[in-house]
Design a protein around this ligand. Sequence first.
Ligand SMILES: Nc1ncnc2c1ncn2[C@@H]1O[C@H](COP(=O)(O)OP(=O)(O)OP(=O)(O)O)[C@@H](O)[C@H]1O
Ligand SMILES: [Zn+2]
Length: 568
Amino acid sequence: MARYLITSALPYINGIKHLGNLAGSMLPSDVHARFRRLQGHEVLFICATDEHGTPAELAAAEAGQDVREYCDAQFRIQKDACDGFRLSFDHFGRSSNPPNHELTQHFGEVLEKNGLIEERVSKQIYSIDDKRFLPDRYVEGTCPVCGFERARGDQCDNCQTLLDPIQLINPRSKISGSTNVEPRDTAHLFLKQPVMQDRVRAWVDASTDWPALARSIAYKWLDEGLIERSITRDLVWGIKVIKDGEVRPGFENKVYYVWFDAPIEYIASTIEWSEATGNDWKRWWRHTDGANDVTYIQVMGKDNVAFHTVSFPVTIMGSDEPWKLVDRLKAFNWVTWYGGKFSTSEKRGIFMDQALELLPSDYWRWYLMANAPESSDAAFTLEQFQQTINADLANVFGNFVNRITRFAASKFDSVVPDGGAPGAHEEKLAKEFAERLAALTRAHEQMEFRKAAAELRAIWVAGNEYLQVAAPWTALKTDRDAAAVGVRTGLNAAAIFGILAQPFIPDAAKTVLDALGVPEANRTWPKPDDAGVWDALPRNHPITPPDVLFKKIEDEQVAEWAARFGAG
Ligand SMILES: Nc1ncnc2c1ncn2[C@@H]1O[C@H](COP(=O)(O)OP(=O)(O)OP(=O)(O)O)[C@@H](O)[C@H]1O
Ligand SMILES: [Zn+2]
């Protein structure tokens, strides 16, 4: 048994997440956590909301709420949506909770002691009418790179260039709209990342089992050369900068920058978990407390990679403390929505709460993972969604289970039939199954979700083909024993299919396994060479046909959703 620490990129707090966010971080990490648990490993799966920074303040202002009140409400909404999607976090924390404050302040102090943080005076945009400095998104203006007139202080949405507010042409306050702004001197803390350049590069060089996307982004940043970054902002909402137990002089209206504190929340959320459950968090995070045998996996979309391969490692390594670093980093490209981006700010695409109003979570989970944006961006279309669900879940998996359980109910008294012996058809099925199970297991272990879904689908298809040739309904007319073998094999196949489906579609899998009376203890991941799977259900053991597992998606539904969500 091994130990896996799995973290999903933290969903930002400014509103419910869309299906792109789900597919690029939380869902794949959940599928992997479920898979590793089924293999019998010890898993700790951690997530949290990322709550600081200007977007949260701006969203709260737009909602007419105090920022704390806004974050409290949004946290609830996000947590409910995560539960609705069956995301099996061991803990879903909040970056605004006390453990993250303490730990972020700890890292700040240690890094300064180690010579990696320096206080410096720099020019920031000050709004005379608002009587305050304007960090990041509090300023808008013309992009110095592409001329886009609504570029934000931290980034241009038109050309994606990362910006400093001071670079904007014709800056104006996002709060009052005032252009009565000027650069003024103010002190900030700078993280001296260049000092760590060689150590970070050596660590990336050694991380040979990261997927290509993660490595290439890390090298791009390293090749461009790490820069000194300001890690504080002129804001009130956030984590205070402390020196010798007091607010740092001159920093009364400043907090740590959100990208400094957010990844620290992976650890702090684990501390929240330990406080809630009495478990020991250190054995997951500290090499001196037993974390040496932990494999740490991070999952995220591509825009987060640099912060996880370079910035956060600078914090961790720079502390010279025995913290665990990521071992495997799985990064995703974008899920796109009809040629554009899913967007929270522009409310474009389908959001997690809306999706659950339309269909149960398994439908979405399956489609998003079977079409995961792994080697390139992946288009979400309602037409392809319909086609995938109807083909894979309704016709192949659902139909198999319903057919075989109903036949067993009507012709074999709702029990697993005894009698007969396996022949050539069963042998062929078992052989194909063993090969595909090995491939499916490998794909899951390598976190290749599309491949895993394709192998699982192929296993279901093999089951259907088997039923086609074994045809117990025909055999029953002449040879009850032959029909019994077909039904028994079919029911055992349904059980195996359900077991293997658990990481992707946990609800439907549970329905199948409950209907077949498979005990919890027997729902673990099988070994490819385990021939016993075909005779695992006890003979004469009662079963109940489940209700229809997956309803087909009709053309009218697609048309209605397309109109509602602006598709096409
Ligand atoms: N369209 C997408 N496809 C796949 N992953 C995405 C997509 N959009 C965001 N992500 C990932 O989702 C995770 C959570 O994102 P976060 O809450 O920070 O929102 P975001 O990146 O600001 O997206 P948006 O601007 O659309 O709200 C991150 O790992 C991010 O990379
Ligand atoms: Zn631009």
